[in-house]
Write a protein that binds this ligand. Sequence first.
Ligand SMILES: [Zn+2]
Length: 230
Amino acid sequence: MGPAPHNAAGKGASHAEGTVKVELRRPALVEQELLVEIDPEERVTVFHGSDVIMEATPDTELSIEIPASDDVIEQIFARGPVTAARHQDRPHCFGCSVEREDGLGIATRPIGTTGIWGTTWTPDESLPSTDGFINDEILWAALDCPGSFAASDPSGRPPGVTGSPSLEAMTVQIREKVRVGEQLAVMGWTLSHSDSTVDCGTAIVDRTGRVKAYAHLCHSIADDNTPHGQ
Ligand SMILES: [Zn+2]
């Protein structure tokens, strides 16, 4: 079996409805066989053997300010996708590697001095879809990496902390399905930080700034973290 085409969070969340919060308990390797269990309260638990990898629960409406101004959207589309590997790239990551042919290639970069990281994304027809709309777990993967990139920005993290961000929890609201071949912008930005954590927002928006899906991500920052996408 090859690598799973989505992140563990999306695997669990794709079984739940509406706004969903996912808490990651321990890292899942992409080739591990994962079991999904859904209880009567709609809590979704993903196991590897007897180890809990993540839990997903329905959440209340996700309320964050999404900085998708006309100016930001214009700048993201003017620059287009990142096509060459850059120093912050993770070559194996399904979401952000520009070297993986089966990946999403969502490698965000700073948009001027806005504090927002962004790039364009046109979902490929090879991605899992239903009736021409991209499956939800792919949107989860698309909303994951931009948070990690934003959390790596020195301006939005605790002074002197240099480690890799590690995703602890992710809450996603999908407002509208995304069409195969649709031209989109994906963006990430820092919401807040403490001494050892960085919270970020991420969003998928169309050319007119219409928000398709958005997320709130909590990262812990430590010098001994496993790098993102490994
Ligand atoms: Zn990534």
